[in-house]
Design a protein around this ligand. Structure first.
Ligand SMILES: Cc1ncc(COP(=O)(O)O)c(C=O)c1O
Length: 393
C-alpha cells in the first residue's frame, strides 16, 4: 500500500520519525481519508445497531449528525442536476474546478493560489496532520471537539493532547492551555465554531496562538460551521502569510454532505508540502455535480443569510423551551448545541429513538451530555414535545 506514496513523500515521512510500518497507514489516510472513513462506518454502525430491527432511518427526525435540515439551495441544486447530464466528461467545460477556486477567491477576497478543492474537508484535515505532525510533533485539540484528527493521530502513533474546554470562559477553546499542554506540537487544531458545543474562539485568541506557537507548527482552523455564526474567519491570517490552514466544507450550510465538496486554504508552499505524498490527484478527482452546485452556492449571499436566520429561530425556540424546563445547555453560535442531562445520556438517546427522534452522540469526557443538531422549526418542535414526554421529573 505504501507503494502508492511518492519516493519524496516516503523519505520525508521516515526523516520525520514515522515508522516504515506506518507508511501504509499514511497511504490509507491520504488515499481517501480511510482511517476516518472506517471510524465513520463504525459510528454509523453503532447508530444503526441502536435502531430497533427494521426501523427505517428515513422515517426519523434526524438531528444527530449536524447535517442541514433541507437540501442545497434550489438554484444551486439545479446546476448540479444539469451537470449530471454531462457526467461522461471529467470536466465538461474544462474550467469547472478553476471556476470553483476563482469564485471562492473572489467572494472571500483571497489569492486564488491559496485555495485547493477536495471531495469534502476530511481529506485535507487528515492530510494536514500527516504533514505537520509526526511521532515527535504531536496534535493538540480541545476536548470535546471534532474527532477526525484524534482518529488520524491514534492511527499514526502521533502524540495526542486534549485540552478541556473552559467552563469559566464560556466553553471556548483555551489556546493558552493548548500551547502549555504541548509547547512542541506539530498541529494545533481549532474547530471554530467548535463541534459539538457551537462555541466560538475569538480571532484574537487564534492570532495569539499563531504568534506564540513553535516554529514550523501549524494552526489548523476548521471552519465547517462558520456560516452559521458571525465570528470572523481566520482566512485573514492566511492572507497575511501566517502558518495557518483553514478548512471549509460544503456539507453544512450548503447542505451538500452527500455530494462531497470541501476546500483547504493556505499558503502555496504549505499546500505543496501537503501534496508531496501523492501528487495533486485527490484535489482533481471531484464530483462535477458537487462542483457545479457548490460554486453557485458560494455566491448566494441572501440565501445563506436567510438560512442562518431560519436556523437561529429554531435554535432560539428550543433554548427557550429548555430554559422553561430548567434543562441545562451550552449556548451555541452554530447549528448544534450540547445538553447536560445531569445523568447518563445513553438511555436518554434511546428514549428519543423510541419517539422516532435520532439525537447526536456523547463525548467520553462528557457522558451525561448529548449533541443536538438544530433541525427545521418543525423538527425542533417535535424534539421539544418528545423531551417533555421523556423528562417528566
Ligand atoms: C468540524 C468538522 N470538520 C469536518 C467535517 C467533515 O466534513 P466533510 O463532509 O467536508 O468531510 C465535519 C463533519 O461533520 C465536521 O463536523
Amino acid at each position: 500500500m505504501s507503494d502508492t506514496l511518492s519516493i519524496e513523500g516516503r523519505e520525508d515521512l521516515l526523516a520525520r520519525g514515522y515508522s516504515r510500518r506506518n507508511l501504509g497507514r499514511v497511504a490509507a489516510v491520504l488515499g481517501a481519508g480511510l482511517a476516518f472513513k472506517a471510524t465513520l462506518r463504525n459510528a454509523h454502525a453503532r447508530a444503526m445497531t441502536a435502531l430497533p430491527a427494521g426501523q427505517d432511518v428515513t422515517k426519523l427526525v434526524r438531528i444527530g449528525s449536524n447535517e442541514c435540515w433541507t437540501g442545497p439551495f434550489p438554484a444551486a441544486a439545479k446546476l448540479g442536476a444539469e451537470a449530471v447530464f454531462h457526467g461522461n466528461r471529467y470536466d465538461p467545460t474544462g474550467n469547472m474546478r478553476t471556476n470553483l477556486i476563482k469564485t471562492f477567491a473572489s467572494t472571500e477576497n483571497m489569492p486564488e493560489e491559496t485555495v485547493m478543492p477536495w471531495g469534502g474537508s476530511s481529506d485535507p484535515l487528515c492530510r494536514t496532520i500527516v504533514t505537520f505532525c509526526s511521532p515527535t510533533r504531536g496534535l493538540v485539540t480541545a476536548d470535546p471537539s471534532y474527532e477526525a484528527g484524534w482518529v488520524t493521530a491514534e492511527w499514526l502513533n502521533i502524540p495526542l493532547t486534549k485540552v478541556p474546554l473552559d467552563p469559566q470562559n464560556g466553553y471556548k477553546t483555551d489556546v493558552r492551555a493548548m500551547l502549555k499542554a504541548n509547547p512542541n506540537a506539530g498541529v494545533y487544531y481549532i474547530c471554530n465554531p467548535n463541534n459539538p458545543t457551537g462555541t466560538v474562539t475569538p480571532l484574537e485568541d487564534i492570532t495569539w496562538l499563531v504568534e506564540n506557537k513553535p516554529k514550523d507548527a501549524i494552526v489548523l482552523v476548521d471552519e465547517a460551521y462558520i456560516h452559521f455564526s458571525d465570528t470572523p474567519s481566520a482566512l485573514s491570517l492566511v492572507r497575511e502569510g501566517k502558518d495557518v490552514v483553514v478548512l471549509r466544507t460544503f456539507s453544512k450550510m450548503f447542505a451538500m454532505a452527500g455530494l462531497r465538496l470541501g476546500l483547504s486554504i493556505t499558503r502555496p508552499d504549505l499546500h505543496q508540502k501537503m501534496m508531496r505524498y501523492d501528487g495533486e490527484n485527490q484535489s482533481y478527482m471531484l464530483p462535477i455535480p458537487a462542483v457545479a452546485c457548490g460554486t453557485k452556492s458560494l455566491t448566494m449571499h441572501n440565501d445563506i443569510e436567510a438560512r442562518k436566520h431560519e436556523m437561529i429561530a429554531a435554535r432560539n425556540m428550543t433554548f427557550a423551551h429548555l430554559q422553561k424546563r430548567g434543562i441545562s445547555y451550552i449556548p451555541s453560535d452554530a447549528n448544534m448545541f450540547v445538553i447536560d442531562w445531569k445523568r447518563p445520556a445513553a438511555p436518554i438517546k434511546d428514549a428519543f429513538l423510541k419517539e422516532k427522534i435520532l439525537i447526536g452522540r456523547s463525548w467520553p469526557v462528557w457522558p451525561n451530555a448529548s449533541r443536538i443538531t438544530v433541525g427545521s422549526m418543525a423538527e425542533m418542535k417535535a424534539f421539544c414535545a418528545a423531551l417533555d414526554r421523556i423528562i417528566t421529573a
